[in-house]
Design a protein around this ligand. Structure first.
Ligand SMILES: Nc1ncnc2c1ncn2[C@@H]1O[C@H](COP(=O)(O)OP(=O)(O)O)[C@@H](O)[C@H]1O
Ligand SMILES: [Mg+2]
Length: 428
């Protein structure tokens, strides 16, 4: 009989990685038992009953099943994408198929055993398909850059761009994360072209590099796009991002139980702000000041609105872009596992003030056990428009991530792959 009174978490994750450790620490701090971890490798190898290894545990506790990122483990990557260099770009279609099948098995097994899933499998599946994610956000009226219809390769990409009158686009692998294979593409009359990306060409194919580079001939760009296209592409208008001291930025906003609770500024000299590509944490206060109170409220409202598109997900990480005029916003994507922001505490005035993203999720899960809460967060009445829009802030240049170690934080967590040779790489 399932009679225990103390709820306990069971985490599908990678034992010993930072996500699992930080979540376990949050459980301990809340007086909960140490979470039981079911490795993704076990889940992916199980043909059925992925939770069988934790059956004894499930029988004696009121269990909350938390699905965490399958990233940062080369064995998991090989099970999802197939064997090969973990740093390679591509393979997203197979990765996605295997991942979604595993999610479905987890859900069925959890249901059968009477355990409660904290997240929502269908939401996760949508968030890991940038085309579906974009469509869902757009249908709900969340500001997103316009997307092109599907493209099957470079020739069609150029046709679609011409039809839409778009000269500058972002080409994203449909199932990518952490900027893997993302291309910031600009074209100009006279055949000029420039593709900025972290994908580095090697004799064995493209690999993720920590260094962003440009391809400036049509042949090279076509080769890259045609290599990525079979796994599915999402193409959208390049949204010109606001800059502070010559660096563009976006915001990673974590929304927990419907409320935007944690935010970081990710600044970069390249069009991709992902922190492992040399992006740095920027000064949130400076960005808030530049947006003005009203603009900041709107920014948080957009994030809450984006999160509300995933009502079964107690936590999402929204990548929010601010336009160059500091008036417009656009959501680049919503991340199912966007909570890896070590030591970042919640925004003052939210329930997560003083709590990191993990502690805040534990609190939310315990407070609202069967919740799909999403009340309109961040819209606490009219706020005074003391706008300082257009102001440029000072003092952020050169500011690096405090630890210098957490460069992969804030992303979805595709595997980190130490690579040999001159291109240091990671697939996150
Ligand atoms: N349409 C766009 N216009 C301008 N910048 C974009 C656009 N889409 C994404 N970016 C930037 O590119 C980076 C990666 O894009 P994102 O959609 O978040 O994919 P990933 O899953 O690889 O992180 C982010 O830093 C984001 O700011
Ligand atoms: Mg992102």
């Amino acid at each position: 009989m399932r009679g225990a009174t103390v709820p306990a978490f069971l985490v599908i994750g990678t034992p010993g990685d930072r996500r699992t450790e930080l979540f376990a620490a949050a459980c301990r701090a809340s007086g909960l038992p140490e979470p039981r971890v079911v490795p993704w490798t076990d889940v992916l190898r199980a043909t059925r009953d992925p939770l069988a290894g934790a059956a004894a545990h499930l029988d004696v506790t009121d269990t909350l099943v938390r699905i965490d990122s399958p990233g940062e483990d080369a064995n998991v990557d090989a099970l999802l994408r197939g064997p090969g260099n973990p740093a390679r770009v591509g393979g997203g279609a197979r990765w996605y198929r295997t991942f979604v099948q595993a999610l479905t098995r987890i859900r069925a097994d959890a249901q059968r055993r009477g355990a409660r899933l904290v997240g929502d499998v269908d939401d996760i599946a949508v968030m890991f398909d940038k085309r579906l994610c974009h469509a869902r956000l757009q249908a709900a009226g969340v500001p997103v850059p316009d997307a092109l219809p599907p493209v099957d390769g470079y020739a069609q990409l150029r046709d679609r761009m011409a039809e839409a009158g778009m000269r500058r686009v972002f080409v994203k692998p449909a199932h990518g994360s952490s900027a893997s294979g993302v291309i910031a593409l600009q074209t100009a009359p006279g055949g000029r072209i420039k593709a900025v990306t972290s994908a580095a060409r090697t004799p064995d194919g493209y690999v993720n590099s920590l260094r962003v580079r440009s391809y400036e001939t049509e042949r090279d760009v076509a080769h890259l796009v045609d290599t990525l296209a079979p796994d599915g592409l999402h193409v959208e208008r390049w949204f010109p991002k606001a800059a502070v001291n010559g660096r563009v930025f976006d915001l990673r906003v974590v929304v927990i139980a419907g409320e935007p609770t944690h935010a970081v500024v990710r600044m970069s000299r390249s069009p991709m702000t992902n922190l492992h590509l040399g992006g740095a944490r920027g000064d949130l206060e400076a960005v808030r000041r530049a947006l003005g109170e009203h603009g900041w409220r709107r920014a948080l409202d957009v994030c809450a609105q984006a999160a509300a598109c995933f009502p079964g997900s107690g936590m999402v990480g929204v990548d929010l872009m601010v336009g160059i005029g500091w008036r417009e916003f656009a959501v680049a994507e919503v991340n199912a596992f966007g909570d890896l922001l070590p030591r970042l505490t919640g925004l003052p005035g939210t329930f997560a003030e003083g709590l990191d993203t993990y502690a805040a999720q534990v609190r939310a899960a315990l407070a609202r056990p069967s919740a799909t809460p999403h009340d309109a967060a961040g819209s606490g009445g009219p706020s005074e428009d003391t706008t300082a829009r257009g102001a440029r802030t000072a003092g952020t240049e050169g500011e690096r991530d405090v630890s210098g170690r957490d460069v992969h934080e804030a992303d979805q967590g595709r595997p980190v792959a130490p690579m040999h040779g001159e291109v240091s790489a990671c697939a996150t």
